[in-house]
Design a protein around this ligand. Sequence first.
Ligand code: 6R9
Length: 664
Amino acid sequence: MNASTAGGPQAGEVRMYYPSEEFVRQATISGMSAYEALCREAESDYTGYWAKRAREMVTWKTPFTQVLDESNAPFFKWFADGTLNASYNCLDRNLERGLGDKTAIIFEADDGEVTRINYRDLHAKVCQIANGLRSLGVQKGDRVVIYISMSIDGVAAMLACARIGATHSVVFGGFSAQALRDRIEDTRAKVVITADHQIRGGKQLPLKAIVDEALSLGGCDSVERVLVVRRSGAPVNMVQGRDRWMADVVGGQAQTCEPEWVEAEHPLFLLYTSGSTGKPKGVQHSTGGYLVHAALTTAWTFDLKPNDIFWCTADIGWITGHTYIAYGPMALGATQIVFEGVPTFPDASRFWRMIERHKVTIFYTAPTAIRSLIKAAESNDTVHPRNFDLSSLRLLGSVGEPINPAAWEWYYRHVGGERCPIVDTFWQTETGGHVITPLPGATPLVPGSCTLPFPGIMAAVVDETGKDVPNGQGGILVIKRPWPSMIRTIWGDPERFKKSYYPEEFGGKYYLAGDGAIRDAKTGYFTITGRIDDVLNVSGHRMGTMEIESALVAKTDLVAEAAVVGRPDETTGEAICAFVVLKRPLPTGDEARAIAKELRDWVAKEIGPIAKPKDIRFGENLPKTRSGKIMRRLLRSIAKGEAITQDTSTLENPAILDQLGQAY
Ligand code: 6R9
């Protein structure tokens, strides 16, 4: 790539990074004119554009004749009379193309041990699991919860569900028993797939024991079976009649399995994510439209080619692990890395060592990981990427939160060797795949900007009334037309789906992303300015402030009231700050520290360690308006340590501002 400011930098002008001629020449979408042609194609014949992509990217059992059905908006349908199977597209189709011997997954365990599986063997494994699930009575439309860490078994379990038309719901292995229980209850899952333990950072952590606890908390009587994969081999409790070892269930099964051909709208999976109320929402995705966009974005945004070694470092418990591990790369017959461990074990050079070892060509990670690895490299030169041979890399990606220009530059220089484009991909659990992103062989890059909409995604910035705002002026990010991989509904709560994403106040016309954005006056490039709702982004993980508040007040022996806000944090992007009123006199010093610890442990138990507040502040009261509304803006200023400029004259008890000044 070469950087340029076309004619020399002028005041306020941003530096642009252009892809090298060599990259452009080999790119699938080559040059801005190719990008613009695709955008024009989508503008002039929207459904024709998507129908073409759907035929190119996916093999259909029954070809669709309808493209987009808007008759029951905002419950849109795509390719509705077509039938297909996602696992067929990710496996059988690759075998038919002669890719049976090609490595599908290079699995690197926490301790560095490597296991490879080719497409033929992965197909056989998935078929056996699918047959095993069928033998337990799992049928099309049944839900299966998967609570497992990064593994070939995890990916195979997802594909096995898809094969028989069961709807999977993967729950991140870091969630607590309570959070797992809530999700099992909401999905009414018939089967839970888990492992004895997970191994991360040299530590063995329980999975099966947490499933046992979750099921004991009540509300999970839909669960008939728990299937347990052996990972640690250490003993776990097995409940007679309910729990079975995965190996015993699949061992004798046939290695072929007729796929269940499902309608395009059949729910492929549910994935829970945080919204602005206390209860996480089960985002429901389709099979057809989702798979089309998963494959298409993998092909175009990552410029994926047959010889690439693709590595997305996300966990399958998040949407990124669904679209860019389980489905997108597999649908294209790619070779990819699946990594069990953490970036800092055995030390903070783990990613660089793995890129060198496996000759990774495309690397996709989160800004929070990059920032923590920058910090580590600054204090210990031996883990700096310059000590490793990263010359195999040709493309880098970023996802999950805005990437600050300093981290972008470091990633570009020290990881990408000033040679690799960086695709800063903006999207959400609800969008299913990339919606605003550079295409690496076309789009000139600006650090900190996710650049331009993916062709066919009608993204725009509008004001509160839904009117377009001029470039250079901030506003609300919307998508004006439905697209194939969009959320279909919130599982069991269509009203909430409408209210959250197509609110009446907004005309009910556009998809509301929940983020603010601004387009550059000159380039039209998008920069995401952050959530406009009560959702925090901590290390790329979405957390609802209300969710954490509910967890805190659930500690009824101690907590009277709680309010949670975010504040900027150098490493994690945002940090969680909790303001707590206790049911006992205001604590100070060691006592306050001890209670803060107790509350953090409690939140870890209620939701998971990722939801632990970084700061806890105690007050005899929370600052409220006369009408009794918590003054959240004021809390945000306190959390940031800013001087308070808001009007506090209406405060009932101004002394609490001093109390809240102390963080524990
Ligand atoms: C894929 C994923 C979605 C929220 C989203 C936004 C933030 C994600 C971003 C980004 C700026 C990017 N976000 N990617 N912000 N630039 N490239 O992360 O899904 O977990 O649902 O989070 O993350 O705030 O609304 P999800």
